[in-house]
Design a protein around this ligand. Structure first.
Ligand code: AMP
Ligand code: ZN
Length: 141
């Protein structure tokens, strides 16, 4: 795609700090380095977001996640955990519309990453939970 910053990175039209590359994927340091080693894994093919993947390409990209995760673990033995994040659409914090997976090494509770998981368990009865599950299940194709 001509006006996509990540396509330009894949095509070496703009520079990046490359971590890994093969025929399907490219991995490079996120410029913001939320934590040391913060890496983005992207398909070389332009895919806008998770809703845009063919199953084969999804398999190719997700198959590379453990490879990069293990490389980070080996590179930074002080790493204590790893958050893997994939934002989809603006509301969900996607700011570059070429799909990418963030790998964010964690070094301690006071490193510069945080995430909030609310707990709304009390808002749903077992019947409502079942209805929600069935509503989704009917759409899985
Ligand atoms: P998201 O907000 O999930 O769409 O993530 C996009 C990420 O791309 C952000 O974390 C940015 O810091 C990162 N980013 C944007 N431009 C570049 C670039 N030229 N090189 C490396 N990372 C970039
Ligand atoms: Zn692109």
């Amino acid at each position: 795609m001509t006006d996509c910053i990540f396509c330009k990175i894949v095509d070496q039209e703009i520079p990046s700090y490359k971590v890994y590359e093969d025929d399907q994927v490219y991995a490079f340091l996120d410029i913001t380095q939320v934590t040391k080693g913060h890496t983005l894994l992207i398909p070389k093919k332009h895919v806008t977001d998770i809703f845009d993947y063919e199953p084969e390409l999804a398999g190719e990209i997700f198959a590379r996640v453990p490879k990069i995760a293990r490389a980070l673990e080996q590179a930074f033995p002080e790493m204590q955990g790893l958050n893997i994040i994939n934002n989809n659409k603006e509301l969900a914090y996607q700011s570059v519309f070429h799909s990418h997976i963030h790998l964010i090494p964690r070094y301690g509770k006071s490193d510069d990453f945080s995430i909030h998981f609310g707990n709304n368990q009390e808002a749903y009865s077992p019947v409502e939970m079942q209805e929600i599950a069935e509503k989704i299940m009917k759409q899985v194709k």
